[in-house]
Ligand binder design. Structure first.
Ligand SMILES: [Zn+2]
Length: 92
């Protein structure tokens, strides 16, 4: 099992996004990536973090907001969509 490199949710094969040729893309979920394109190409990193923080708090009503934010802020910016590999090569 992997996770989506855009929104960070865990994905299994049934959740995979699709490439332009219809094949599965195991790096992104189908909510984020369909037919070779992001479903929301204009969403910003901040918007994704806000959305995911909200979702996490809806699933875990007792989770304090600052903790939920701590998790998303620590995780989502490192995903491939927000941190392309070209940059990784420079850093390491
Ligand atoms: Zn996703």
């Amino acid at each position: 099992m992997g996770f989506c490199n855009s929104c960070g949710r865990p994905i299994v094969k049934a959740d995979y996004g699709t490439n332009a040729d219809g094949s599965l893309n195991d790096e992104y979920c189908k909510d984020c990536f369909q037919n070779g394109e992001f479903t929301e190409p204009d969403i910003t990193l901040e918007e994704m973090i806000t959305r995911k923080t909200k979702e996490m708090m809806e699933k875990n009503p007792r989770l304090p907001e600052n903790q939920a934010t701590g998790i998303t802020v620590g995780f989502i910016p490192g995903l491939k969509r927000w941190c392309p590999e070209e940059f990784w090569d420079d850093e390491f």
